[in-house]
Design a protein around this ligand. Structure first.
Ligand code: FAD
Length: 564
């Protein structure tokens, strides 16, 4: 995300530990791990995708218990937060990718990798149909299918164009390494085109008008990178057109970076204005042609056209076809991402899990579950709980539903504790369940889904592999440290996301960061924090060294402007 913006990436591959719990329940717990625990034959796990979620799962999965097969059209892992830096040559593409086989070779070669795309998931027969494009030059594609006992879907998301006409044909995206390489070549092309003889000034200006659609972290970071590239490198190489370059950022919301703290958002807008980046908020793109964009101002409906030399479309993510098809099969056709329970198992399935950008933890069921827990605790059906019963129940809810905890802690803790007091402020002897229900409805309506970030995806991958690895142990030693009360007992603690913060690089060696505890930091020192965090989060020493080397090279020699 960011670029000048990097939406954060304190990707953590380590998350909270799992708690085995005491449980008299059968195998059909929510994690859905099957019954034949003692079976000698290893269970087959098929993993789709080698992005943040998939590789994080693969790093930790215990191959002595599972036969693991991985399918992905990419035989490498890409450190996506540095993609915007690749678009301008600040960092080279090869510096941010790690071959999947390097990652899995540490697992003694027992994980099999197939470079192919999953075309269809057949949940009825527990198999996936895949196609390798490697034979394309020989005139054919190779299709094959794999059977699974457990399937882990981690295929990420694709670009969302919102069906805007002309976007697929005329815009660049910034999702994959290849996209970043194409943008880099195209920026250079625009400059070379603009200096060709015989062009009018208007034509040169059009070639050098770079438009970014989407004021989220990725769009903002790209705009900032591009601005730095132009100002620090290209204007000295193409002095004849240096005054004709324009960068425009179009955002449909009222502010750029609107998911960040307001201070960051306004700092970014002010910095961009000082830098001469034209930020147009409250505007919607209606269509994109080869030469221009049609834009509507939302407030008064005016529609105008902007000529462009290059458009980068960065407005959020949509569902991959293979996931849409699977969602239809499991009765989730009305959703935009695969709904899972808090143990990451896909709703409507017994043995399929979904992680990362292609999945979302279903919030709808949470309220129902919470109320059932209350009702179960209200054994005499009086509609009230004693204060100590109430506190026990809230305790359990917070363990099961971290979303509620995060929300209560940040904003609504007061509402809930208020229920322990009457309007005069005196402590109550009992708590009305209906009153608590209405407080929680408020919480529920405000609880947000987890963001589609590398941070979430990596934590989910690590969490799920730990669940898989502990399966046998939990079966043999069912008495765990904590007993969950109420309806639906679970073998594992639900997934709990830990937010480590978000960065937003803004160019000119400045960045903004939003860290836990409402702590916001902006400016040059934050950029150094960004460098250290991103260097430390690299997946291997090889990429770490390459990335740091690229940054140093850029400081000393500037960026390379050759079109290769
Ligand atoms: P991905 O990482 O996208 O991986 C999906 C995998 O599935 C890939 O290997 C893909 O090849 C494979 N695949 C696709 N289709 C199929 C198929 N049919 N069959 C099999 N495999 C398939 N997040 C942050 O936290 N901080 C940041 O700073 C940040 N910056 C970003 C900058 C950019 C430019 C972008 C694009 C994203 C950024 N993100 C950032 C978001 C982050 O990259 C995603 O949230 C994260 O990649 C999601 O991980 P994932 O494993 O779900 O999907």
């Amino acid at each position: 995300h960011p670029a000048g913006f990097k939406a954060l990436v304190l990707v953590t591959l380590s998350s909270g530990s799992l708690i085995a719990y005491s449980d008299s329940q059968s195998e059909t717990d929510r994690v859905g791990l099957g019954p034949n625990q003692k079976e000698q034959k290893k269970k087959k796990v098929v993993v789709l995708g080698t992005g943040w979620a998939g590789t994080s799962f693969l790093k930790d999965i215990d191959i002595s218990s599972y036969e693991v097969q991985v399918v992905s059209p990419r035989n490498y892992f890409a450190f996506t937060p540095l993609l915007p830096s690749v678009t301008c040559g600040t960092v080279e593409a090869r510096s941010i990718v790690e071959p999947v086989r390097n990652i899995i070779k540490k697992r003694n070669g027992e994980i099999q990798f197939f470079e192919a795309e999953c075309l269809k998931i057949d949940a009825t027969n527990n198999q996936v149909l895949c196609r390798s494009n490697l034979d394309q030059n020989l005139g054919g594609n190779r299709e094959f299918s794999l059977e699974y006992d457990y399937l882990v879907i981690a295929v990420g998301a694709r670009v969302n164009t919102f069906n805007t006409p002309g976007v697929r044909e005329n815009c660049y995206f910034l999702k994959e390494v290849e996209d970043a390489q194409k943008i880099r070549a195209s920026v250079i092309d625009s400059f070379e085109r603009a200096v060709l003889p015989g062009l009018s000034e208007e034509e040169r200006k059009t070639h050098l008008h770079f438009v970014i659609v989407g004021g989220g972290p990725t769009g903002v970071e790209f705009a900032a990178e591009l601005h730095d590239f132009v100002q620090e490198d290209l204007v000295t190489i193409y002095p004849m057109v240096k005054d004709l370059v324009r960068i425009t950022l179009i955002q449909s919301g009222d502010h750029i970076l609107n998911t960040y703290d307001e201070r960051i958002s306004s700092f970014a807008e002010q910095k961009f204005r000082r830098d001469g980046i034209d930020v147009r908020t409250g505007c919607r793109v209606l269509g994109v042609s080869e030469k221009s964009l049609s834009v509507k101002v939302k407030s008064h409906g005016e529609v105008y056209s902007i000529p462009h030399g290059l458009v980068v479309w960065s407005t959020g993510v949509g569902t991959r076809p293979v996931v849409s098809d699977f969602m239809e099969q499991v009765g989730q056709g009305d959703r935009r991402a695969l709904a899972t329970n808090e143990w990451l198992r896909v709703k409507g399935t017994e043995n399929v899990y979904a992680l990362g950008d292609c999945a979302t933890i279903d919030q709808r069921k949470i309220m129902e579950d919470i109320l059932s827990i209350f009702k179960a605790a209200d054994q005499d059906n009086s509609g009230t709980l004693t204060v100590s019963e109430f506190q026990d129940v809230v305790d359990d809810i917070l363990i099961r539903y971290p979303q509620v905890e995060v929300y209560l802690k940040s904003k609504h803790l007061k509402d809930v504790t208020d229920l322990l007091r009457d309007p005069e402020g005196n402590e109550r002897e009992s708590v009305d369940i209906e009153e608590f229900k209405s407080a929680l409805c408020h919480v529920d309506s405000q609880a947000k889904s987890l963001p589609a970030t590398a941070q979430v995806a990596a934590q989910q991958g690590a969490y799920l592999s730990r669940c898989f690895n502990r399966r046998q142990q939990c079966h043999e030693l069912p008495e765990g440290p904590r007993r969950f009360t109420g309806v639906g007992q679970h073998r594992f603690r639900p997934f709990r996301y830990k937010h480590f913060g978000s960065f937003a690089p803004l160019g000119g060696e400045q960045a903004a960061a939003e860290l836990p505890g409402d702590w916001v930091s902006m400016g040059h020192s934050t950029q150094w924090l960004w460098y250290s965090v991103y260097a430390s989060k690299q997946v291997s020493w090889r990429t770490r060294v390459l990335v740091v080397f690229d940054w140093t090279r850029r400081f000393v020699f500037g960026r390379d402007s050759s079109r290769i």
